[in-house]
Design a protein. Structure first.
Lengths: 194, 194
DNA sequence: TAGGAGTCTTGCCATAGGGCAAGAAATGGA
DNA sequence: TCCATTTCTTGCCCTATGGCAAGACTCCTA
């Protein structure tokens, strides 16, 4: 196991037995993505998911007018997955793209299924990750209704500071549900608050 | 099994064996809620979830200013559950309230766990339900950014027509992220479109 | 190292939706 | 069946954000 230190963080020895880890860890494959490379594109059915060992990733959807809307940002340690596409086995509505060079660990659906149905701790952890995603999405969704754009921006930056280095203003703006023009003005206001 | 026709719809004989159904169905308990009764309140940890056999239910959160924001509406056949509270075993951020008298079938967490870990088809179905909720929430979230309020209202009414009979204008408005005043004007516009 | 593509800022004006308050309509008890 | 309460509508004006376009800045890359 010592040859995969990153995965040993993801699968804590306190939650998994040594035998379980020996079944799980070898199944993950290290893969590299270069800046701007796509991990998944709209219309394809996701057959993998990834843990990010290093790098930064964005997912986005294309709306009816052809504009792209950022749906999520993923940093080191995050799980990158299109849940509906991966589990419902249907074409993705989103694109997932590396914003920097990345090192990831990937698993395919069939292997996931066999681990999921044979190892109780594995499915507990998987379910927890999914519910955590659901919770984050719901909080963001409520925040879109109750909080002004400036507050949402501040919260986003405090939670994922890497975003400032890796993501364009426009891509951040669509995640917040505003235009790049408005976000530029909000940034100016925040600068003047000091 | 014939004494629980509703549950036989939820657990299709094509996905479960006879033996599995005999383990699953007796665990669900029929419960009644009267109009305005709470199924779950903020701060409590959810220990049950429900299938709705009849009735209509709303969930909502309270924002920092004390306003309530509708987060979901549940109709006949829907699964009513606070995913993060139920699975992460932490206090709920939401309230779930019956908007009409309801007949539901409930299951508690411990029983869920034993079925989840012992019956493969049960966990597949549970996972599918959760991913379906995630998908619906994400679509709503994207719609909040890309679609005008009028379109979101039309979509909501077409998907859950019962909402018109059971939910006040204000409670619908907060779900759409607008005020009751604005929704009233939108309704008027729609009426004039005819 | 200059040109060009993308990115960010800024000004001008337009618009969707919000805040408030008054009145109208519906609803629900007693 | 009548009153009280809640819900819904409407008018007035305001604010946050959008749309567009020009200019500034950055950063590739030939």
């Amino acid at each position: 196991m010592t040859d995969k230190p990153f995965l040993n963080q993801v699968f804590s020895p306190s939650r998994f037995t040594k035998e379980e880890l020996e079944k799980i860890l070898p199944k993950y494959e290290q893969v590299y993505f270069t800046k701007n490379q796509f991990l998944l594109t709209e219309g394809k059915t996701a057959n993998h998911y990834w843990f990010i060992e290093s790098g930064f990733i964005r997912s986005y959807a294309i709306d009816t007018e052809g504009n792209d809307v950022s749906t999520n940002f993923y940093a080191v340690g995050d799980t990158v997955i299109d849940w509906p596409s991966f589990f419902l086995r249907k074409p993705s509505r989103e694109n997932i793209q590396a914003l920097t060079d990345c090192v990831c660990w990937q698993l395919d659906f069939d292997t996931f299924q066999s681990l999921f149905h044979s190892i109780e701790a594995f499915r507990e952890q998987g379910r927890t990750t999914l519910v955590g995603s659901y919770f984050a999405l719901k909080n963001h969704s409520i925040s879109m209704i109750t909080d002004p754009a400036k507050d949402r921006y501040k919260k986003l930056v405090s939670e994922k500071p890497e975003i400032l280095q890796n993501v364009s203003l426009k891509q951040i703006a669509t995640f917040l549900g505003i235009t790049d023009t408005s976000l530029s003005r909000i940034r100016k206001e925040i600068a003047n608050e000091i």
